[in-house]
Design a protein around this ligand. Structure first.
Ligand code: C2E
Ligand code: CA
Ligand code: CA
Length: 446
């Protein structure tokens, strides 16, 4: 049996360590790997960029035992692990995470390239036979790769994602490797760059906000606007908000980005006041992740007090996702926002699978009916019925409605007929830069 090098064997000391090594190969096991990756994540330094987890699943070794003796599978795993050890950096962790599964953890990577290079070398390793006694064994494998922080923020999920990726690639053939489905290697590099650039882009104003009018059909003028974040990256061009909002959520930058939006809203309220438009509300999108964070209320309170937002018609847009499994804490958070006179709007209403009970229980001011209920409403009678039912329900509950994504004259006409409500969409106005938005509002007739 392989001699475990000194220092490699951490069995001495803590008795729990006994359960963290595989008996045959002496390699760290799944529990050890999870602990190790968790502690690396805890001490993770943004500059060190990435951790990769490569899960190597070896095909059908168990049947070999019937032919060559009971421990041939373990002996092969030992040979394979020695082969892998010779290919990976000294400080990489190699663990046996299942009977026929090994995992490699690479840390301190600036890009996913190193992980890809090693995955390729491992592929090559399996193209040669392994020899035990006088026998040669051709063994195939499938390798799934997951990356921290792009794929997940904890060790358990990283391992799960690598396993799922491995299973996917296994169906496609033998001796293949794949990165998690979310990122090709190329887009992965871009994501890493974006994640790194995010903090300064928020700080410097490279990420800015456009304003999309919410048009009141009864008053026939703009009664509010939604702030929509924009990022013109100097090298990569326009980055879609869905991309960078997700990255901001994953990297803990969603709080600072929202603080920026609130500061912008405060400036815009002052500009609106200067053109005599104190009747216009501003809506800021609030990510569920930020809202659930422990400093959410304190941050909002600070912004309200220091940016004089408490005297303004400020609204928060939260998605139904935030309300799934809502708890007393969520109720209290919403109540606290209400005491700060912040209006609560449910964004993308009808898409989030939340129980409608929340409409009775929670302090909700507005439903924003999602575009999917409005698209083609002038041609689809079922959609009209659904839409009307939602508008009527909101009315009965004394909740106001904003209809999102109205693009055509036909859609606008039907929304007016069945409403009338406040409408937001390209038909009325595209999202506009601050100065264009102010000019538009200044020009509206009373
Ligand atoms: P959302 O909150 O549902 O925002 C509405 C999206 O619909 C915006 O896309 C807007 O430009 C687009 N839209 C408006 N009118 C129309 C229309 O008539 N037709 C169509 N097809 N689309 C229309 P955008 O700006 O790309 O934002 C996408 C998502 O990114 C937003 O969806 C929101 O979830 C998120 N987001 C944007 N800014 C922020 C932000 O500051 N904070 C947070 N947490 N999320 C943001
Ligand atoms: Ca929104
Ligand atoms: Ca929406």
């Amino acid at each position: 049996m392989r001699q475990v090098p000194e220092g490699d064997n951490k069995r001495s000391g803590h008795p729990a360590a006994l359960f963290q090594f595989d008996g045959f190969t002496q390699l760290p096991n799944r529990a050890y790997l999870i602990n190790k990756v968790e502690s690396s994540i805890a001490f993770y330094d943004e500059q060190e960029a990435m951790i990769a987890l490569l899960l190597i699943d070896v095909d059908a070794l168990s049947r070999l035992n019937d032919l060559f003796g009971i421990d041939i599978d373990d002996r092969l795993m030992l040979q394979i692990s020695d082969g892998i050890r010779s290919l990976i950096p000294d400080d990489a962790l190699l663990a046996r995470v299942g009977n026929y599964q090994l995992a490699v953890v690479l840390e301190h990577m600036q890009t996913p390239d190193a992980a890809e290079r090693i995955a390729r070398q491992l592929q090559h390793l399996f193209s040669e036979p392994f020899s035990i006694d006088e026998h040669l064994f051709y063994v195939t494998s499938s390798i799934g790769v997951s990356l921290f922080p792009l794929d997940a923020d904890n060790a358990y999920s990283l391992l799960k994602i690598a396993e799922n990726t491995m299973r996917r690639i296994k169906r496609e053939g033998k001796n293949l490797y794949a990165f998690s489905h979310k990122y090709s290697n190329e887009s992965c590099k871009v994501q890493v760059q974006l994640m790194r650039d995010l903090p300064s882009a928020i700080e410097s104003g490279e990420i800015f906000f456009e304003y999309q009018c919410q048009y009141d059909q009864q008053k026939q003028r703009c009664s509010g606007a939604e702030l929509l974040a924009r990022w013109e990256h100097p090298e990569l061009g326009t980055i879609s908000p869905s991309t960078f909002v997700t990255l901001a959520e994953q990297s803990g930058m969603i709080g600072p980005m929202t603080v920026r939006a609130l500061a912008e809203a405060s400036t815009m309220f002052q500009s609106l006041e200067s053109i005599g438009r104190t009747d216009v509300s501003l809506s800021v999108n609030i990510s569920p992740l930020f809202m659930m964070s422990k400093d959410f209320i304190e941050t909002v309170r600070f912004m309200c007090e220091h940016y004089a937002l408490d005297a303004q018609p400020l609204h928060f847009e939260i998605t139904e996702e935030t309300l799934i499994d809502y708890s007393d804490t969520l109720f209290e958070t919403l109540e606290t926002l209400r005491t700060m006179t912040i209006g609560i709007e449910i964004d993308d209403f009808g898409t989030g699978f939340a129980s409608l009970r929340y409409l009775m229980d929670l302090p909700i001011d507005t439903l924003k009916i999602d575009r999917s209920f409005v698209e083609g409403i002038d041609r689809d009678s079922k959609k009209r019925l659904m839409y009307k039912a939602v508008v009527d329900m909101a009315k009965a509950l004394n909740i106001s409605v904003i209809t999102e994504g109205v693009e055509t004259e036909g859609e606008a006409a039907v929304a007016t007929m069945l409403g009338p409500v406040v409408v937001q969409g390209y038909f009325y106005s595209r999202p506009l830069r601050a100065d264009a938005f102010l000019s538009k509002l200044a020009a509206e007739q009373f």
